[in-house]
Design a protein around this ligand. Structure first.
Ligand SMILES: Cc1ncc(COP(=O)(O)O)c(C=O)c1O
Length: 396
């Protein structure tokens, strides 16, 4: 066979400017921790918000039954009718809110839902407010889409919550196009009260700000249930997922609830960007809403983990923690140990075998002084983490 010299021009493989997004550090830590594990190290995983429990039995059985021989083809771009209907019923069951299934769009995880929602709502150059510290992917997806992130700082001084007044203030400083709010929040676990959510939805409507409510941690609350923004506004876009409460991270299935006017827009976007969400996962997800007993037992485990850490961490010096109302995270001020949380987390991983995520992933300005621990793992891991942390701190 003739040998040809391969063409070489470095410029043609230079990434586009829009692709210069920051890494999602929690995922980088996960990769590094996995490499150490493959080399034989015992790692306590507290870096990623990932349930250690398998999906509910009914979900697994539904998936197995779906593999019985019939084709696993595309579904409608907006998702399987049966799942859209079951999701709509969930709003009646969980919140007492009626919802037309036609307003539900099933997505590839809530991550796929964000892309659809942001493309449907915002042009390049739009200014969208987000909590800071907040979920890193918001900022990164915005970067790729040319959307400007406007920080709403949350900290001990405001109970790590957003107020309608803070939204109004940000809007009057420079006009906002949107607000993306999560409750319970990542990395803090803090929940907005139903009253504040209502005030914020009203302020957005009054000021012409598009409102997206990320409700992925609903179901995972420890004192009182979370309220959906849909109870206050039919114009809000609701984002949710089967990843967290339903223990289905790897199944990549989530959903949006859309104002009727946006349904066709999202359908057109999803037709071309995804064709349809994963079919097997959609079939299985229908069963997830009827697995409450199993899922509540998993949640009881998170509650125990949370108590173990809330008992043990302050004695080790992690005494400034955001109120852990929900989700499965603790966000700790580590300024008494370090002013370089990435270094601290690196040492924690390599010297103590605890994988944790540095605050800089969530807060580019103040995150050097914080870290996030996920307690979605096994109870034994929490006990082990405290033991290792104590030895690690003593050895520094
Ligand atoms: C606040 C928040 N939203 C969305 C996601 C994305 O979840 P998924 O794409 O698995 O639904 C996460 C994942 O950690 C999250 O913390």
């Amino acid at each position: 066979m003739t040998q040809f010299a391969k063409i070489l021009n470095p410029a043609i493989v230079a990434p586009a400017l829009r692709a210069a997004v920051a890494p999602f550090i929690a995922m980088d830590v996960k990769r590094e921790a996995s490499l150490l594990e493959q080399a034989g190290a015992g790692i306590v995983h507290m870096e990623v918000g990932e349930p250690c429990a398998p999906p509910p039995r009914r979900v697994r059985e539904a998936a197995i039954a779906a593999l019985g021989g019939q084709p696993v083809g595309y579904t409608d771009a907006l998702g399987l009718g049966a799942l859209r209907e079951r999701i709509a019923l969930h709003y009646r069951e969980a919140y007492g809110v009626g919802l037309d299934p036609q307003r539900v769009a099933v997505t590839t995880g809530s991550s796929g839902g964000f892309v659809m929602a942001f493309l449907a709502l915002f042009d390049a150059g739009a200014r969208v407010a987000i909590q800071n510290p907040g979920y890193p992917a918001y900022r990164n997806i915005f970067g790729a889409l040319g959307i400007e992130a406007v920080d709403l700082p949350v900290d001990a001084s405001n109970g790590f919550t957003v107020t309608a007044a803070a939204v109004e203030q940000a809007d009057s400083a420079q006009k906002l196009d949107g607000l993306l709010l999560m409750s319970p929040a990542n990395p803090t676990g803090v929940m907005q009260s139903p009253e504040s959510l209502k005030d914020i939805a009203e302020a957005c409507a009054r000021l012409g700000i598009k409102f997206i409510s990320d409700e992925i941690y609903h179901g995972l609350t420890y004192d009182q249930p979370a309220q959906t923004a849909l109870a206050f506004s039919d114009q809000a876009v609701i984002v949710n997922s089967f990843s967290k409460y339903y223990c289905m991270t790897g199944w990549r299935v989530g959903w949006l609830v859309l104002p009727p006017q946006l349904v066709r827009t999202v359908e057109r976007l999803q037709q071309s960007l995804a064709i349809s969400p994963p079919t097997l996962s959609q079939i299985a997800a229908v069963a997830a809403f009827d697995a409450t007993d199993e899922l509540e037992a998993v949640k009881a485990g998170y509650r125990r983990n949370r108590e173990i850490l809330l008992d043990g961490l302050p004695a080790l010096g992690f005494d400034r923690l955001a109120p852990a109302d929900g989700a499965f995270y603790l966000y700790a001020d580590v300024s008494r140990f370090t002013d370089d949380s990435p270094r601290f987390c690196h040492d924690l991983l390599h010297r103590a075998g605890i994988a944790a995520t540095p605050g800089v992933d969530f807060d580019p300005t103040r995150g050097q002084l914080a870290l996030r621990l996920s307690y979605a793992g096994a109870e034994s891991g929490m006990v082990e983490a405290l033991k290792r942390m104590k030895a690690f701190l003593a050895s520094r």
